[in-house]
Design a protein around this ligand. Sequence first.
Ligand code: IPM
Ligand code: MN
Length: 354
Amino acid sequence: MAKTYKIAVIGGDGTGPEVVAEGLKVLNAASAKYGFKLDYTNFDFGGERYLKTGELLPESIFDDLRKFDAIYLGAIGHPEVKPGILEKGILLRMRFELEQYINLRPVKLFPGVDCPLKDKKPGDIDFVVVRENTEGLYTGAGGVLKKGTPDEIATQVSINTRKGVERCVRYAFDYTKKRNKDKKLTLCGKTNVLTYAFDLWERTFYEVAREYPEIKTAYAHVDAITMWFVKNPEWFDVIVTDNLFGDIITDLGAMIQGGLGIAAGGNINPGGVSMFEPMGGSAPKYKGQNVINPLAAICAAGMMLEFLGEKSAADAIEKSVRELTSTKIKCLAAGKMGYSTVEIGDMAADLAGR
Ligand code: IPM
Ligand code: MN
């Protein structure tokens, strides 16, 4: 009997449901071709539900979600909800509760894609950022005193545990080995200023490195790495870093690979349920216009299949995206692609199912 994977689908807000619909088309085509089944269950979490019911996530949801093989997410974020509520209450809560302690973000320039960096070609930009996803400045540790007074004090504390850092660093070494490209792992930190947090990161990094003699190691400060991304992106194979630095450098990464229209990520719990999403956000101004680029969601679908062990189907999805960027799509930006959202999804599904 064909293998069946149970997928929780959260379209979410803004253009999330539209790009997810195209991703599902491509997933269906690839699964039919490669002989496995995907069984979808939809969840309506997001800003609309919150505005209607006041509920972000039902309490039972994590036990429910743990029964799935993976989660496929569109976007969370609503213009009528104050920033932070949905992000913390839905997206970050899922990452934390499901212990998706890795945020895996490939940065790859596909052929035919306009790169803002002069003289950089596909192959020059092909690296992966392993971002710690459950600690650092994202935990909510800290607080405020004397709020609203001239003496207000606000602290936001970066939490770095040996356990959390080590499992992330270990994942990055394993990933670098498996990726088998340059076999080079770069730690991105700020050891010259954040002398407690990144001392822990640096010691852990070099201790774990001893178990991987075949992997070359390097270090870059986070400010310097933003320069190298622009000047010498070809230096990088895999980068490991903390939550906030990873958040920041992967937006820069998305830009040098052609924009948020194609940038995807996986929130990974290697021993649990992982969640795959386009990086672009909910883009509310493009909602319902059939102009948003679904390629990032399609790439996220490919990452999900790779994670589920369906490597051939995942490769077929990547190949279909490469084919579209090199022969069809004019520009990756919303409304400038030369095709509608649905047309791109149809073409990608056709190619992935061939
Ligand atoms: C991301 C996003 C989130 C983050 C926001 C929406 C909370 O920017 O996935 O990179 O900061 O992690
Ligand atoms: Mn971000």
